[in-house]
Design a protein around this ligand. Structure first.
Ligand SMILES: Cc1cc2nc3c(=O)[nH]c(=O)nc-3n(C[C@H](O)[C@H](O)[C@H](O)COP(=O)(O)OP(=O)(O)OC[C@H]3O[C@@H](n4cnc5c(N)ncnc54)[C@H](O)[C@@H]3O)c2cc1C
Length: 454
């Protein structure tokens, strides 16, 4: 490396790290992406992202930002079996008692396994000039000159001594379990305040064989809510699979792992299609149970002192309740903001980046962490605003079963394509007041257009 080449080090080669590397490439000559896992060549599972065995929904905003950072990505993964969809037409959404009308929404989604998405991003990032992916190396700490972080220390996982990698910028993308706050304290800085909500959700997931064209949807979701604190989702993904997750909010609602009981659990849902799918499809493996960790938001943007040349991103900055499918989308949106913040220079970067990232995080955090507080047994601070919003969202969700426009607007907000305030627009409000109180047993699905998928 010559002295005047700018070098960024990204710790973590998962969704946040890979997209951050792409966003930084326009401003740095050299980028080293470090991961402690030995990274597979193709779409395979690996130890560092155990969550990849559970279905991952990619929101419309996530797809849009990924396509902006990696033009042609959607076509590329579609050739590998991922399924591009219209979020409303191709998905059975059940938020209240009835499924939302299925109609063209203009919201573009992508049904893809986490493993395929990550492998496609890895291939694209590795192909960028100046980028090196150093796997099998664990980041162990930071180098610091009293003002700036000047690099990171790493150690080969297979054994060997720790060494320094010098850098003009270090990005911590090491995920939920990251040691960023401890590293900060070790350098003499305060730890950021943390907000933490634990909904006590349990996932039990299983893969099934998918016969393309047999179902007329690419995804079916029965969302949990305080009235029915359980639900489930099946996502059609590459490899002709359904990735299925059944979930319960609170330990006493946990789905069973026994195959017969698993099937019986799905029979409780308001919409029968997920149960029918499980009854008829061939299982491809055992059930896998996971108690979801708490959601944690680290308030770096509120610290008065920060070291220069260091930022945290992705789950290391804010990890969400996975049930809202926001984590990957927020991570890639933060990476985009990092690219923009770096283009304005490196001085004062952490402060500028964290201010931008907070604006990305605010709405999804309010929706998921605030939404978890709708369950009376979930602990956390409930303001009048939280209670009002949860009451209103429950009505919106109920109304999605009766009105295609309310459903479209709610899906646009849940997919982070429009701000939550748009749910209060007079035209939506009137329909929510009209339909939001109705409850009835499940009626026949309202199908504006139902076509076989994939
Ligand atoms: C069960 C479950 C289901 C989920 N479902 C969804 C979903 O439907 N939709 C969605 O958008 N999100 C979902 N998420 C969230 C999503 O998985 C995360 O938001 C996303 O993976 C965050 O990416 P990241 O790069 O920040 O962290 P991670 O993906 O956790 O990656 C961290 C990386 O850092 C590496 N690493 C860690 N420590 C070190 C170290 N010291 N040195 C070097 N490397 C290190 C790891 O090997 C790993 O590659 C789900 C999460 C879970 C747990």
């Amino acid at each position: 490396m010559s002295n005047n080449q700018r070098h960024a080090v990204v710790l973590g080669a998962s969704i946040a790290g890979l997209t951050a590397a792409r966003a930084l490439r326009d401003s740095f000559d050299l980028i080293t992406v470090i991961d402690r896992d030995t990274l597979p060549e193709g779409a395979a599972h690996r130890r560092g992202v155990p969550q990849a065995e559970h279905g991952h929904g990619l929101l419309a905003r996530g797809r849009a930002v990924l396509e902006e950072l990696f033009p042609g990505l959607v076509d590329e993964v579609a050739a590998g079996g991922a399924i591009p969809i219209d979020i409303q037409r191709d998905v059975v959404w059940v938020f209240g008692d009835r499924p939302a009308p299925r109609t063209e929404s203009g919201l573009h989604g992508l049904c893809i396994s986490r493993a395929l998405l990550e492998s496609a991003l890895r291939r694209r990032v590795k192909a960028l000039p100046g980028v090196t992916v150093l796997d099998g190396h664990e980041a162990t700490g930071l180098c610091f000159d009293g003002v700036r972080v000047t690099g990171a220390t790493v150690r080969p996982v297979a054994g060997g001594g720790e060494h320094e990698i010098r850098a003009d910028l270090v990005v911590d993308a090491t995920g939920r379990g990251n040691r960023g706050t401890a590293w900060l304290a070790g350098l003499g800085f305060e730890r950021p305040a943390e907000e933490r909500i634990d909904a006590g959700t349990v996932y039990v997931s299983r893969d099934y064989r998918r016969v393309p064209g047999r179902e007329d949807f690419a995804c079916v979701l029965n969302a949990p809510g305080p009235r029915r604190p359980y639900g489930g989702i099946a996502i059609a993904v590459d490899g002709d699979r359904w990735m299925v997750t059944l979930l319960g909010v609170g330990a006493d609602q946990a789905p069973p792992t026994d195959p017969d009981d698993y099937l019986a659990f799905a029979a409780k849902f308001a919409d029968p299609r997920l149960h029918a799918l499980l009854r008829d499809a061939e299982p491809l493996g055992p059930t896998m149970r996971l108690r979801l960790p708490a959601s944690v938001r680290r308030r770096y943007e509120r610290l008065t002192r920060l070291p220069e040349r260091l930022v945290s991103i992705g789950d290391a900055l804010c990890s969400f309740n996975p049930a809202y499918a926001q984590g990957m989308t927020v991570a890639v949106a933060e990476a985009r903001e990092l690219g923009a913040a770096v283009r304005a220079g490196l001085d004062g970067l952490p402060r500028r980046f964290y201010a931008r990232a907070a604006r990305v995080i605010d709405a999804p955090w309010d929706m998921s962490a605030g939404g978890d507080l709708a369950y009376p047994w979930v602990e956390g601070p409930r303001s009048r605003r939280t209670n009002f919003l949860n009451g209103y969202v429950a009505r919106v969700q109920q109304a999605t079963g009766y009105d295609a426009v309310v459903a479209q607007r709610f899906l646009a907000v849940a997919n982070l394509m429009r701000p939550p305030q748009t749910l209060m627009a007079p035209a939506v409000l009137a329909k929510v007041l009209r339909y939001g109180r109705r409850t009835e047993s499940l009626a026949a699905p309202v199908a504006a257009r139902e076509v076989p998928v994939g």
